[in-house]
Design a protein around this ligand. Structure first.
Ligand SMILES: *[C@@H]1O[C@H](CO)[C@@H](O)[C@H](O)[C@H]1NC(C)=O
Ligand SMILES: *[C@@H]1O[C@H](CO)[C@@H](O)[C@H](O)[C@H]1NC(C)=O
Length: 219
């Protein structure tokens, strides 16, 4: 059973809540301006399945000639893992279908991007560059990391008293493995949002670290 860390008596309620997770489904048609948006009011994104291609003749069919819709057996391999790499463990995530495309799985067919995800009740921590924090679980529990990203993807997070040029680049969200390496399976760990630890994915930008984690009893 997976639980998220809360104080004292709330832990049990949090564990029971896990069984009520429902799946959200979002679709966007391939277009230069289209965006697939996933978001969670509480918890973090956990990808279940994804499709880049076409498996349905009706979806994204308006105004399209029949020959672009006829092939309904078209799916790019491994699309779910591409989405995971970019979105797993985030509170919200936006992607253009073109950024998911590795190669064209069916030239001539009009494609779409579909994602099914759940909102997993993990804790979500944002740590501004140069700051440190300790992730910790209750006695007997250990940390599971669901996602960690270092960079910047909006203008407002960690923006207080920072000069504008340091906030402009919002295309800098970099999945990092170091958090999982140093925290997974431990009762607590110290993390430092710093270029020294993660490298500098966007020089001149003031960055932050996003981490989604949960506490669970070791299996
Ligand atoms: C999308 O962008 C590509 C490359 O920039 C261009 O060739 C294509 O015509 C655009 N498609 C639409 C629907 O605007
Ligand atoms: C997403 O879920 C819906 C509803 O269960 C299903 O019809 C669809 O095929 C799923 N999509 C993918 C890409 O698995």
């Amino acid at each position: 059973m997976t639980c998220f860390r809360t104080s004292g008596a709330l832990v049990l309620a949090a564990c029971l809540f896990v069984t009520k997770v429902s799946t959200e489904s979002v679709i966007t048609c391939e277009d230069n301006n289209s965006v697939l948006r996933m978001s969670c009011d509480s918890g973090v994104i956990s990808l279940r399945t994804a499709l880049y291609g076409r498996e349905d003749a009706q979806i994204c069919s308006v105004g399209r000639p029949p020959q672009q819709l006829a092939n309904t057996n078209c799916a790019q391999q491994d699309t779910v893992n591409i989405l995971r790499k970019n979105c797993e463990g985030k509170r919200w995530c936006e992607l253009n279908p073109a950024s998911v495309r590795v190669s064209d799985p069916c030239p001539g067919t009009y494609k779409y991007l579909e994602a099914n995800y759940t909102c997993f009740p993990a804790l979500h921590v944002v740590l501004c560059e140069h700051s440190m924090t300790r992730l910790y679980c209750d006695v007997g529990q250990v940390i599971m990391v669901y996602g960690a990203y270092y960079g910047r993807r909006d203008h407002t997070t960690c923006s207080d008293r920072r000069p504008k040029p340091q906030l402009e680049n919002v295309e800098c969200s970099n999945p990092v493995s170091k958090v999982e390496e140093s925290c997974k399976g431990k009762n607590q760990c110290l993390i430092h949002a710093s270029n020294t630890v993660f490298g500098d994915p966007c020089v001149g930008t003031f960055k932050y670290l996003e981490v989604a984690y949960a506490c669970q009893y070791p299996v």
